[in-house]
Ligand binder design. Sequence first.
Ligand code: SAH
Ligand code: SF4
Length: 398
Amino acid sequence: MNHLAPTPEMSASLALNPDQFASADGQKINLIGIPREQLAHMLEERGHKKFRTKQLWHWLYWQGVTEFDAMTNLSKDFRRQLAEEFVVERPTVSEALNSVDGTAKWLLKFPDGNEVETVHIPEADRGTLCVSSQVGCTLTCKFCHTGTQRLVRNLTTSEVVGQLMLARDAFGEWPTPSDHSRMITNVVMMGMGEPLYNYDNVAAALRIVMDGEGISLSKRRITLSTSGVVPAMRKCGEELNVNLAVSLHAVDNDTRDGIMPINKKYPLEELLDACRTYPGVSNARRITFEYVMLKGINDSDTDARQLVRALKGIPSKVNLIPFNPWPGSDYECSSARRIASFQTIVQDAGLSAPVRTTRGEDILAACGQLKSESQKMRRSERDALAAAHLAAQVAGQD
Ligand code: SAH
Ligand code: SF4
């Protein structure tokens, strides 16, 4: 007996849920997003040797090819068999927009009609891809456009990995380039959705992204942002060990309850405890606390001092995010002067606290502005909003 043969339980866990990996036409299985162990199991079940997985993986995630015919070191027979059952697909791009500041946004449409957005933000020393984890979000934070979207479902592993694959297609980043020459050097799970409410698929996708024989992005270049799903934070640290960003936005329970309903379930004390004990956290690997500046809500000097006290003992950095308006939002962004005063208090306490520059606003690609087709604005509305925001910014510089 081959003692390495999988037990029935193991086979069950390696079995693929075909719905999760269906091709766009529903006829075949999309190989993109299938975890490596499951891919190996599937090929072995079909009588293929183990090393075939490594070869196929290389074509999919190092070379980035989408045609089996291009996989030249695979026998013709193997390629034919693959083509009968499988495809290599990316999500369909229904709209691609470019901001005047270089930010790019892709609106992706899935076969069930649902849509999400992926955003690329180029900076002098890096290029960050902001990836979505869900269609919409169940969490309804009051300041966030995504939270107002009615339709919600988890993205599959294919749909999460697919966002990075298609961005790499767009930048011609195949085969996997060396670190320093990439347009996409960093990935942040900060698009639509709460990644820790879709933990299994996000984790499987990030394992593919981190695989050194494929896309090969280091865990140090991946940041997962959560609104504070406390029970999943430790698991995320232990299993993936990616950087953590926490959407804090307020440091007293009353204010946070008012703007982020999840605080009623996992209040600040529990959230900050989970941060303090996040696996791998150290002064070299700090937790990023995101803090959206909302006029009159969370932006006083007292709030800033309370923030400093709350973060004592947690290796932290703070990202101050000017609130980005969206049609129908109830809030205003704090004035530039207010933000500067808040920032000074936090920085004087020894914490790094950059004010995040708003990017891609003219194409509604900025934080919290993502929302897909069902309730998307028309071009004219978008232009009107951009103009209104510009006027507000000028006024805010008093
Ligand atoms: N659901 C996750 C990740 C996506 S949101 C989370 O909440 O962390 C990404 C970041 O954008 C979060 O910090 C979120 O609080 C912030 N954000 C949401 N709406 C915003 C808005 N209108 N202006 C500025 N930032 C916003
Ligand atoms: Fe969801 Fe994050 Fe938006 Fe809150 S801020 S509604 S958790 S996407």
